[in-house]
Design a protein around this ligand. Sequence first.
Ligand SMILES: [Zn+2]
Length: 206
Amino acid sequence: MAKSDNFTRELPEGYLPVKTVDVGDKRFGLLMNLFGALLTVAVGVGGFLLKFRGEPGSAFPDFGNVWIFEGWLFGILIALILYLVLHELTHGAVYRLLTGEKLTFGIKLTCAYCGVPNVYVTRKTALLSLLAPFTVFSVAFLVPFFLLSGLLSFSFLVLFALHFGGCVGDLYDTILLLFRLKGKLLMRDTGPRQTFYVLSDGEPDV
Ligand SMILES: [Zn+2]
């Protein structure tokens, strides 16, 4: 399939903006982050009960001295920063592969982002890019969580829970695309802000 089937440079006639999602907006961004934090806690506690219910002590084997714990925290922090970069690069790789267009990357108080600001992408392109990091890193963190044991397994659970909560914006857009916004659709993604355009049939919008 040609790249040109995945996006358009000009908004075709008849498409009207019906929804904007802007995680760069302070109020909305804060709300999303709060919801993401709740998801992280829920997933973390759920995973912990699932794996370590039998012997909760095995998740924290040798934190006998505080330096080991601090070293572990530092390791998680480094992994998290690396993850954040790779997450955005994964969005970007899909956008780049499907459109060949210029990308934008950045970081705000409320989010890190990647967009393809100069074009309007199809629903399929939008979904593939939105779901790519969620899918890739869910597998990358869940497989070692289930296969390994003790502190290593616990560490991957922490990363998975943070990843899951961090995908809240991507998942929100995905739900809109799959279940809420019907009809012919194009999306403009400037990074923190996604605008959804739907082909109007002349009826008033809901
Ligand atoms: Zn994302």
